[in-house]
Design a binder for this molecule. Structure first.
Ligand code: PLP
Length: 379
């Protein structure tokens, strides 16, 4: 199904045309073979299948779904979101210069800071949602600019097209971690990014039962892309076929889930915004949010499923509210069909996250039930 005219809901529902050609099943089987046959003439039965490390039809089919949803030239699956982050950084030469948005997913920052020290990579952390700050950081030449849109857990929204212009002027590739947007809401490559990255563990999989990461490129001739693909093949950071199959299954409902999650998140955000016990709500769908104008330009169909709010009071009050939730699960992560709530400062202490901040990942439950749960918790 390499028909670029099909809309995301169609591509997703039919898993980009994946069927089981052997049985006629409308759902593809899972290809588990780790090695492939050669004929009497020693030729491979299929020249593209020699050894299973990164040659697997289930993985390829899942990559094709992401590629089509992203409008990308090519996509590569990796075993987790962090493996995707690491794959990009491993493609940089020692001594490279990276401009990176600060205040993004702490796991990314933590690993990148450590890796850059070990590989003598110059890392400039910058408040990329401030266009002047990003422009200043891009005045000197750079190899890569990395942004996360919207950011986790601050929900900052960098203007991707503007960031691409600045990155390219500096001679850098722009990489966008779009985990909190999904390709349904934002196609970063179409806005000028060179690489798009998602933790597929989140909304792409959507059921909190599979780890994965994915990278997509606009131009497969980008030297970095070849390095990433070679490194995956040679160093072996591959996803298993069962995990890839689960992702493919999950993505069949991605547009539907994202639509419902966005509608729920918008209602929850508006309700929280009007509550006396809430000091602030961080959600790009609220007109008062700093990133609203940018998000309105570059997100289509909603403002995402992730939001944070600050309770009035202190850490104890935030933990009290969290402890009273009965429907939201108290758990880390995001993007699943079930709603999650988390006290972020407990997870990333000393990172400047306010002690009163509660992060919500809004699922597909009934919005009225979710609001009633928050109402009871806030008291
Ligand atoms: N990027 C973002 C924005 C995330 O929220 C996360 C995980 O929470 C990651 C990357 C890392 O993904 P994974 O947990 O699949 O390694």
């Amino acid at each position: 199904m390499r028909n670029s005219k099909l809309n995301p809901a169609t591509v997703a529902a039919q898993a980009a045309g994946a069927v089981d050609a052997q049985t006629g099943g409308v759902v593809p089987g899972i290809s588990l073979a780790t090695t492939y046959l050669r004929g009497e003439d020693n030729a491979l039965l299929r020249p593209d299948n020699t050894y299973g490390r990164d040659q697997n039809d289930t993985v390829r089919q899942t990559e094709e779904v992401v590629r089509a949803l992203e409008g990308a030239a090519a996509s590569l699956l990796l075993p987790s979101g962090m493996a995707a982050v690491a794959a990009v950084f491993r493609a940089l030469p020692s001594g490279a210069r990276v401009v990176m948005q600060t205040g993004i997913y702490w796991g990314t920052l933590k690993w990148v800071r450590d890796y850059c020290v070990r590989r003598a990579i110059i890392l400039d952390e910058v408040d990329a949602a401030d266009p002047d700050a990003l422009a200043r950081a891009c005045r000197d030449s750079a190899d890569m600019v990395w942004i996360e849109v919207p950011s986790n857990p601050w929900l900052q929204c960098v203007d991707i097209a503007a960031a691409a212009g600045m990155a390219h002027k500096a001679g850098a590739v722009l990489v966008v971690d779009g985990t909190a947007a999904t390709p349904v809401l934002t196609r970063a490559l179409h806005l000028g990014a060179d690489l798009s990255m998602h933790s597929a563990t989140k909304a792409l999989g959507g059921h909190s039962d599979v780890l994965g990461g994915v990278l997509s490129c606009r131009d497969p001739k980008l030297p970095m892309w070849a390095e990433i693909a070679t490194d995956r093949h040679d160093a072996g950071a591959v996803i298993g076929p069962f995990e890839a199959w689960l992702l493919m299954r999950g993505m069949r409902t991605l547009p539907l889930r994202v639509e419902r999650m966005c509608a729920n998140a918008q209602r929850v955000a508006e309700w929280l915004d009007a509550h006396d016990g809430v000091a602030a709500v961080l959600y790009p769908g609220l007109p008062g949010h700093d990133g609203h104008a940018v998000a309105a330009r570059q997100m289509t169909g909603g403002y995402g499923y992730l939001l944070s709010f600050l309770v009035t009071g202190d850490r104890a009050r935030a933990l009290e509210v969290l402890g009273r939730l009965r429907l939201f699960h108290r758990a880390t992560s995001l993007g699943g069909v079930e709603s999650l709530a988390e006290h972020r400062a407990s997870i990333e202490p000393h990172s400047g996250i306010p002690e009163t901040l509660i992060r919500l990942s809004v699922g597909i439950e009934d919005a009225g039930d979710l609001i009633a749960d928050l109402d009871a918790a806030l008291g």
